[in-house]
Design a protein around this ligand. Structure first.
Ligand SMILES: C[S@@+](CC[C@H](N)C(=O)[O-])C[C@H]1O[C@@H](n2cnc3c(N)ncnc32)[C@H](O)[C@@H]1O
Length: 286
């Protein structure tokens, strides 16, 4: 189809990483159909681009994220609504959620789960959909992101909280089976290449102190506070943090089985650890 080829070339020239895929997604959006249906004769035989298509391609060529144009992001078996003010879920995170779903299926009836740094609520929504017996809480500090999450958890069993991961949900201290998180993890001053990230992902979702591990340290302490003994934590990190992110947990001295895992591209991507439990002499949880 000529207009689709032209849009693909236009997006490629603008540096869009997957130009054909995006050109087709936008065509599906303009035609009110699904991308896979574009191969149907009634779409293949369209001589001209549908109404509104050029404007969508213009926006994408200016590097507005595809998900802001379509209004949603697909993630595992779910989809969440996204737009300005919220981090767009990434496919890298899907592997960690898959690990969590498997762990939860072995964890016994009605496991209690907390998704910290929840953004759009995507991890919580996916876990709740795939493990219907789980009781899932989600915590997000940004009012704007929380607004998106509110829409995404509507009609799900997820309980959403606006607050700081460091202090959230004190009523669940020592009771949680699984803490899962995709915290901010980019070191301050690091160069980010893609304009979709620098211009559209909120700063609060990206930056995490000088070494990129400030939020990981907050997460380590929050998970130790929330988990029951032998509860699990799963935390995503940058592909350059395959040693230093697990070290946050091993160095804290209250975790066993600290293991790092790779994503589908075989890059270091998330850690898991078991809370060893116990109390310090001062009575504070170790
Ligand atoms: C990398 S995004 C991850 C969002 C979502 N979990 C995902 O995977 O798409 C990190 C999120 O943590 C939130 N955040 C940052 N600091 C926080 C804090 N102290 N407590 C709770 N949320 C926080 C940000 O606003 C952002 O929405």
């Amino acid at each position: 189809v000529r207009w689709l080829d032209a849009a693909t070339s236009r997006l490629a020239a603008a540096g869009v990483p997957s130009p054909r895929c995006d050109a087709e997604e936008l065509a599906a959006l303009a035609l009110h159909t699904r991308r896979r249906d574009l191969s149907l004769p009634r779409f293949r035989e369209l001589a001209d681009a549908p109404d509104g298509y050029e404007a969508l391609v213009d926006s994408r060529a200016q590097r507005v994220p595809l998900q802001h144009l379509t209004g949603h992001a697909a993630f595992r078996y779910s989809s969440v609504r996204v737009g300005p003010g919220v981090f767009i879920p990434r496919p890298e995170t899907e592997v960690m959620v898959g690990w969590a779903v498997e762990w939860l299926c072995r964890a016994g009836p009605a496991p209690l789960v907390v998704d910290l740094f929840s953004g759009s609520g995507v991890i919580a929504v996916s876990v709740a959909a795939e493990v219907p017996t789980a009781k899932v809480h989600a915590v997000e500090i940004s009012a704007e992101a929380h607004g998106w999450a509110q829409r995404n958890v509507a009609n799900t069993s997820v309980t959403l909280h606006l607050g700081d991961a460091a202090t959230a949900l004190p009523e669940l201290n020592g009771k949680v089976d699984l803490v899962i998180a995709n915290p901010p993890y980019i070191p301050l001053g690091a160069h980010i290449r893609d304009p979709e990230v620098t211009e559209y992902d909120p700063a609060l979702a990206l930056w995490s102190g000088k070494d990129g591990l400030d939020a990981m340290r907050v997460l380590e302490a929050a998970a130790a506070r929330l988990l029951r003994p032998s509860g699990q934590v799963a935390a995503e990190h940058a592909d350059s943090q395959g040693q230093v992110a697990p070290a946050v947990f091993t160095d804290a001295g209250r975790w066993r089985e600290v293991v790092d895992h790779t994503d589908l591209a075989d890059r270091p991507r998330f850690l898991t650890a078991t809370f060893a439990g116990g109390h310090s002499h001062s009575g504070e949880r170790l």
